[in-house]
Design a protein around this ligand. Structure first.
Ligand code: EPU
Length: 430
């Protein structure tokens, strides 16, 4: 599927955020920890939740959906093996913990997801091993056993990985005894998952300095939860408003989860008003260059640099982006350059944050020289967030762009074309 986009229109109006992709999928996996029904409100209808529905369904979950409300219940896990879904996304690895906890064994396929670096899972596996599981890595799958159940452990993560923190929490809530996770990720989506688990009966506390304490309980019950609004959608729509010199009220956008972005956007020359029901974004005047470094929460998120980079192609001067979370997230620079941008990806660290990629050959920094006029182009989406950069670039470019591989965008953005049309975009899906 393709998007055909005619650039040059100013986007204006209101847009409501969908539920957060990176919270919804984890909560669906968390629901496997109980035999009782769970209800998730503000549930996003996107590709990644569909894949997770398939995963839970294959394990025995019964699922009903109505008006962005998901009811999911798994009275009995009918198998400990996830056999399909190989390389489709990164959720199956998170099923290891719940399956080991409830069945003492688990099998999940090798992961897929965005091609933004090697994306190993050693930290996930190290945590589960510390909790008493044995996990074998085979060519096409991970096979785990915990015949005597999982037990709490003191675990220091080598890096505050979002997925590994979630996996450890999901395994620890039903383990025997206390688990202490040091150097844990503390992204808002993790907090939202923890809120859901707490409603299910789990005992989880956040200490200072990225420490999470979990006391295992005997069993968990069903719970209702309203999924937090998607802050990555919020940033995408904010950049869209400023790039097209429009004015968009992003309904549901939460200041507390976006503060680093809000500061950056103001430095660049964007403006915003925090309202009761969301945040309204617009341009203050001309756009200025910026130096941005991505980081774990509460830093500038790695999923925000792509839409922000499009803004920087329109800024007056030279900007840097230093990506410290993923090795390979500047593939989209070549696509924007094809449209007339001037972005040079670099292996050097262009920033001051400690970076695991220093001295390596990963192009993990970029220099963006602006302003550059963008021309329409034919582009293929590489991954979800570079795809949104393509869409924003096409919306400000001169002429008609064709963006191939829209399925990738559908993984994370709910009905993107329909919602952008309502803001005045000239976009169609073919
Ligand atoms: N890492 C390891 N070993 C591990 C796990 C991670 O080396 O065992 C490395 C990764 O290779 C990467 C870094 O740690 O360089 C960060 O990875 P992390 O595990 O934190 O990310 P993730 O859980 O795979 C989630 C989101 C990403 C988001 C990151 C960072 C989901 C499904 N995905 O990925 O979102 O960028 O956290 O916040 O929650 C997206 O939504 O498009 C997306 C890519």
């Amino acid at each position: 599927m393709r998007f055909i986009i005619q650039g040059g229109r100013t986007l204006e109006g209101n847009i409501r955020l969908a539920g957060a992709k990176n919270a919804a999928t984890k909560m669906m996996v968390a629901s496997l920890l109980t035999g009782e029904p769970c209800v998730l409100e503000n549930f996003p209808e996107i590709g990644d939740t569909k894949i997770t529905e398939e995963l839970c369904g294959s394990l025995g979950s019964k699922i009903e959906k109505n008006n962005n409300i998901l009811k999911i219940s798994t009275p009995e896990l009918k198998t400990s093996k996830v056999t399909s879904l190989s390389r489709r996304n990164r959720i199956p690895i998170l099923a290891l913990g719940p399956l080991l906890a409830r069945m003492g064994e688990a099998e999940v396929p090798i992961l897929g997801g965005d091609k933004i670096g090697p994306r190993p899972v050693d930290i996930h596996l190290a945590s589960l091993t510390a909790m008493g599981a044995k996990v074998e890595v085979l060519a096409d799958r991970y096979v785990g056993f915990a015949k005597n159940g999982l037990r709490g452990a003191k675990i220091a993560l080598r890096y505050p990985s979002v997925g590994a923190t979630e996996n450890t929490i999901l395994a620890a809530v039903l383990a025997k005894g206390r688990t202490i996770i040091q150097n844990a990720a503390i992204e808002p989506e993790i907090l939202d998952l923890v809120k859901f688990l707490q409603k299910m009966g789990a005992l989880i506390e956040f200490g200072a300095n990225r420490v999470i304490y979990i006391d295992g309980v005997e069993h968990l019950r069903g719970a209702n939860h309203e999924i937090m609004p998607d802050r990555n959608e919020a940033v995408s729509f904010a950049c869209l408003a400023i790039a097209t010199d429009g004015r968009i009220l992003v309904k549901g956008a939460q200041q507390e989860n976006l503060s680093t972005f809000l500061n950056t956007i103001r430095r660049i020359g964007g403006e915003y008003e925090v309202k009761k029901n969301g945040i309204e974004f617009y341009r203050a005047g001309k756009l200025y260059p910026a130096n941005i470094e991505t980081d774990t929460y509460p830093g500038f998120m790695t999923d925000w640099q792509q839409p922000t980079a499009v803004l920087l192609t329109q800024a007056n001067g030279s900007s840097n982006i230093h990506e410290t979370v993923y090795e390979d997230r500047f593939g989209y620079a070549a696509d924007l350059n094809l449209m007339g941008a001037d972005i040079k990806a670099q292996t050097k660290c262009l920033g001051e944050l400690p970076c695991r990629f220093i001295g390596g050959d990963h192009c993990h920094s970029a220099i963006i020289n602006g302003p550059t006029e963008l021309e329409a182009a034919k582009i293929s989406v590489r991954d979800l967030r570079s795809g949104i950069a393509h869409v924003i670039a096409a919306l400000i470019a001169r002429g008609e762009s064709s963006i191939n591989g829209v399925e990738e965008l559908d993984r994370g953005y709910e009905k993107l074309d329909e919602r952008l049309k309502a803001l005045g975009a000239n976009i169609s899906r073919v």
